[in-house]
Design a protein around this ligand. Sequence first.
Ligand code: FAD
Ligand code: NAP
Length: 335
Amino acid sequence: MEILENYSLASWNTFGVDQRARYFATVRDPEEFLALARRFERPLILGGGSNILITRDLDVLVIKNEMKGISVIGEDAGFARVRVNGGENWHQFVQWAVARGWGGVENLSLIPGTVGAAPMQNIGAYGVEIKDVVLHVEALDLETGSISVFQKEECRFGYRHSIFKEAGYKNRFFILSVTLQLDKHPQVNTRYADVEKKLLEQHIEHPGIMDVHRAVIEIRQNKLPDPARLGNAGSFFKNPVLTEKNYQKLQSIKPDAPHYTFQPGLVKVPAGWLIDQAGWRGRKAGRVGCYEKQALVIVNLGGATGAEIRDFALTVQEDVRQKFGIQLEPEINIW
Ligand code: FAD
Ligand code: NAP
């Protein structure tokens, strides 16, 4: 296994920022990973680099996860249980499932990155989260070298959250594989307006999972910037969740503020709408900007450093706080 030194990460993060890693290695099985973990303390594990902002050269070992493999470990008339190794590409796995007619992940089509990173923030889109299909997650504990199995309830999944983001767990567990249960007789979820609209446009009255898969791909290709052309890591901030009282305060400034019930007594407000209302959609500062079709996506207009992107995001965050009294929290992992 080759360990490269002073290695540029420009091709390994979707923001395309050119920071360096002191050491860099690619792993294809748990033994390779363990061998490295014994030699280097607290490595940074990298999947597709699509949810990370690197703001400095990293004086650590960066390990690129290339552990591949999809296996059906059990099935009956209703469901298939599938174990997917963490280095598999998420979207390719979705394609694999949809091609078999197995449902549950079609709304999560075209999310970049790896299967191993997906439980980290409980990836979600169009009303579905990975937690809806996860059975368990297998992870290697860097402190003890042992493998732990986290059942779904133990993953403490929440809105863009899991145990693997919590203090004491973050950067300690290397997710080796995810085992999911897919539905052989799936019901589709088309409750997000964009999906419903796209299917209506196509005159599809009784959509199946392939229809939803294709609709989501088309919507995303039209609305989101392709990181290969314009560096970005998707939504920079999470949608804020407000108490009803705080939502009423927002309404006193913006009576038409959109909101969705999160839990009884709590509402979710689209962060992209707040950023747009603060005047940032399509606005640029130097080599960084807010994407014109979705203000929540911060883009590298070419050659920006990670620090420039972070500073731009801080400016947007502070402006939203001043205008609406709402503190946005980054969704992205900042190094
Ligand atoms: P990375 O960026 O490589 O890593 C993210 C974090 O996970 C880092 O802290 C890293 O250290 C850690 N990590 C990575 N792999 C492992 C592992 N095997 N074990 C332990 N820790 C690990 N997200 C959504 O939820 N929904 C969306 O709809 C969505 N759309 C997006 C659209 C675009 C255009 C882009 C660029 C991003 C989008 N994202 C979305 C964000 C991102 O794609 C997901 O969070 C994805 O799961 C990140 O995977 P990754 O392999 O690239 O992770
Ligand atoms: P959108 O459809 O324009 O909606 C804006 C926001 O409103 C979304 O963030 C969504 O919350 C919320 N929303 C819309 N309809 C809803 C409903 N029926 N019920 C509950 N909440 C609703 O969003 P978009 O930017 O085009 O993204 C579409 C989907 O892809 C969203 O689910 C979004 O999370 C996901 N996405 C995620 C990323 C990322 O990097 N995390 C990047 C691009 C897209 P939720 O975000 O909670 O769904």
